[in-house]
Ligand binder design. Structure first.
Ligand SMILES: [Fe+2]
Length: 461
């Protein structure tokens, strides 16, 4: 057991509820408080770092672990947590080889979990995806039948109209950025190098129904830091800051239109869309990031960029002054005008984590919060639509909530139309779920037929 003195010396991501859990559990037929809507049938999966041995050099590098819960017929059939069996975990393979090149089959696989064309992919932006089963077992790394020869962002976008999967890679060698598109069947059909002035940390991007948007922001690659084996990115305002807008059907980046913006950093857009000839992008904007080292995260707030391709101008508007992160929407409106957005309030490693989710009504400029109460901390909230509803917010928000009072987590479902109301359902889980990154609701996945044969709780190590 660590003493208080030694615990204080640990990096933040090995303390409190950032610390990893040591067990893989399976629990079935979980107790439900309240009522799980019967329209919800599927699996909620969430990814995050959970270093198996020792201390990685940064929170972002810990071995990925998935936490999943399967619900159907108003019941919570199972909860599972599983490490993703990356080659970093099983063989100690490093992301950067002795020749300085990336090893695309290494990486922590710890950032997001998405489903496309029938495959469930665990993603971290440094490497190839890792395919997992509906029971969270690792099948192996996935390279689109040999066609993907770069890494893959953890934030691909599925176009709701075409079913295409749009994504990109960034690298510290040219081409620094490559844009990719897979068709609805999952075949990689387009890969286009994107010309940027140098290597930067490009965590996420956005699409509209006609365009794809890239953020070239001043968190730059630092070779000296890479050699030392620490987070190789730092703030450098001299890089400038700009957003590139390219037609989705482009065959090269020659017609990319770049818009200079005020220096800032953005891990996550909320959405982008086109309106009255302008391209709108809503973002969780940091005034700066990692000027003094990469373990400090300043606070982001919701802003809007509007790009006018004819006037070649940008308008930046602050939409809120509350700190937020993990902005989400109804993903059926990815790239399309939307009214509602959802975010975690004030998630930061350098301040007390707040206990609220925020629902934004962007048409009225109003918002509503759900406060989980003292010592109860939500993660990213994922919107699961009610298939019978017509309203944009007709559905539910789901997340894991950590309760510091009992050092355990709950799976919580809120009515998205009444988010300030008490949860419609709470499922107490057998352990705690460390603070992590991104998840998704996968309707129809993780069904009852995939329950383990024996009930109760078991553990794997
Ligand atoms: Fe992310």
């Amino acid at each position: 057991m660590s003493t208080a003195a030694t615990t204080e010396k640990l990096p933040f991501f090995l303390r409190g509820n950032y610390a990893p859990v040591g067990e893989e559990r399976t629990a079935t037929n979980l107790r439900v408080e309240g009522s799980i809507p019967r329209a919800l049938s599927g699996c909620y999966l969430r990814n995050g770092p959970n270093p198996k041995d020792g201390a990685p050099p940064h929170w972002f590098f810990g071995d990925g672990m998935l936490h999943g819960i399967a619900i159907e017929d108003g019941r919570a059939h199972w909860y599972r947590n599983r490490w993703i069996r990356t080659r970093q975990l099983t063989e100690g393979l490093r992301m950067v080889g002795p020749d300085g090149q990336r090893n695309l089959s290494a990486g922590p696989g710890n950032t997001n979990i998405v489903r496309h064309a029938g495959r469930i992919l665990a993603l971290a932006e440094t490497s190839l995806p890792w395919e997992v089963t509906g029971e969270l077992e690792t099948a192996g790394h996935y390279d689109f039948g040999g066609r993907l020869t770069t890494g893959m962002t953890a934030h691909p976008k599925i176009c709701p109209a075409t079913g295409e999967l749009h994504f990109f890679d960034y690298n510290w060698f040219p081409p620094y950025v490559t844009y990719h598109c897979a068709n609805a069947a999952g075949e990689l059909v387009r890969s286009i190098p994107i010309d940027v002035p140098g290597p930067t940390m490009m965590h996420d991007f956005a699409i509209t129904d006609r365009h794809v948007l890239f953020m070239d922001l001043p968190v730059v690659f630092d070779f000296e830091r890479a050699v030392r084996g620490v987070m190789p990115y730092r703030w450098d305002e001299s890089h400038g800051a700009r957003v590139g807008v390219m037609k989705r059907n482009a065959t090269s980046d020659t017609a990319m239109q770049w818009f200079d913006v005020e220096p800032c950093y953005v891990f996550h857009p909320m959405n982008a869309y086109e309106k009255d000839g302008r391209i709108v992008m809503e973002i969780a904007r940091y005034p700066e990031l990692w000027r003094e080292g990469s373990d400090r995260f300043d606070l982001a707030s919701l802003h809007r960029w509007e790009f006018d391709p004819v006037a070649r101008s940008v308008t930046e508007t602050a939409l809120d002054d509350r700190p937020i992160e993990f902005p989400r929407i109804d993903d059926r409106l990815c790239g399309l005008p939307h009214r509602f957005g959802y975010a975690v309030r004030n998630l930061s490693s350098t301040t007390d984590e707040a206990t609220s989710l925020v629902k934004y009504d962007l048409s009225t400029g109003t918002s509503v919060e759900h406060d989980f109460g003292p010592g109860r901390y939500p993660g990213e909230a994922v919107f699961a639509p009610d298939p019978d509803a017509n309203d944009e917010d007709g559905g539910w928000l789901m997340t894991y909530v950590y309760d510091a009072g009992c050092d355990r987590s709950d799976f919580v479902i809120l009515d998205a139309q009444s988010i300030a109301a008490p949860p419609v359902a709470v499922v107490p889980l057998p352990g705690r779920i460390p603070f992590g990154f991104h998840g998704n609701w996968m309707a129809g996945a993780g069904s009852r037929s995939r329950e383990p044969a024996s009930g109760g709780t078991s553990s794997n190590q």
